[in-house]
Design a protein around this ligand. Sequence first.
Ligand code: PHE
Length: 451
Amino acid sequence: MKEGHKGFTSSAGVILAAAGSAIGLGNIWKFPYVAGMNGGGAFLIVYLICVAVFGMPLLMTELLIGKQSGKSAYGAFRTITGNNRWQWLSWWTLAGVVILMGFYFVVTGWCAAYLVESVTNAYKGMDATALAEHFAITVTNTPKMILYGLLPVLLTGAILWFGVNKGIERLSKILMPVLLVMMIVMAVYVLMLDGSKEGLLFLFRPDFSKITPQVVMMAVGQCFFSLSVGIGALITYGAYMPNTQDASMTSFQVIVLDTLVALLAGVIIFPAVFAFGVSPEEGPELVFVVLPAIFQQMPLPWLSSVMFFLLLFIAALTSTISVMEVAVASLLEAFGGKLNRHHVVLITTVIVCALVSLVVLSMTGAWSKLTIMQHNLFDVSDNLVTMVIMPLGAMCMSLFVGWFMPIKSIDVVPYSKRPWKKALRPMLIFSLRFVVPITILLVFLNGLGVF
Ligand code: PHE
């Protein structure tokens, strides 16, 4: 932990906070619907390869940049290089953070609305058609969506108010284990349904003929989004890591947890979808339309629905905490002399409230003419962050650490003499110099239709 920062106090705290950042809507909302639309098992195989190739090196890269500089995405590159030549990368990641917050809070707001409505048993007796109509009405209801969109912003602001240790670390230590236990309970429950086996086969039996360039592109985007790499969220957490913390072990544990939760989400959703004869290719509405309809037909409908949307909301909240902390930490670094943490949290919360309202208005009719290339701000921000900002940000960070950061400062595994750990540094450097940037570039060019 460097001067000026109050950091994490335990290694479990670091791991759970970083896992909290990684595990979110990406795992429980996005992974099942993207996998459902892109061939199930075939997508899973490509996704797992992406996690293996990009996951470890990129997670370590961000944590190491943070650890080495003791700064957030805003000040890290400048501190390490001693000049402003890489400052554009800070601005790139911060742009990503702002755009991501715009749409992420909106979807977190949907989760909050569905949680409250599940608690009040509002879906009782509704079938899939009624629920599809309800979803369409809900997401276009401006006051409702602004209200529910602002709720997680205020909640996140309140947690950040208490700081890194008392806010983020303490909450992650409670919420992450709760999330895992709830998911395991739900998975066991769903697997007891008749006909659930087909859903498991859809997810775990790959049909290789379904692997297309589009599937690869989606899997790469999903991998960056799910692991939170490419927009500096983990640089900020790296700066809060205790000096003795092993970045390689932390990265490995975060990757395992993140992948486990994505798989668990698949194991909850696909068996339920197949058991009730629904198509897995439903798209973004899968968890908001199909699942509540299924819950209504299961034993214990109220409990299943409340539990599912509660875990979705918790997962989203530990991610919003990490993204908004990047903005808070960056503002603190930029105006540290004049403003304290509480001022900065207030300012950030107000700005993010305005941003989220803007995105809602662009979706709900009031300002729906505000489009870019015929897409509303919501779609544009989702695609821009996932497909462009995160992969290219990650590519530049990997080139930065691989080629420009002084090699001796790549303190991958502090104080370890184990041979496999010694081999990690050259492997990491090779991967950051060549494997990661070249692969991202190829996938990107492929996505642009260059080949
Ligand atoms: N990884 C988060 C998720 O899966 C999203 C996220 C991306 C959070 C980038 C922080 C930074 O939902």
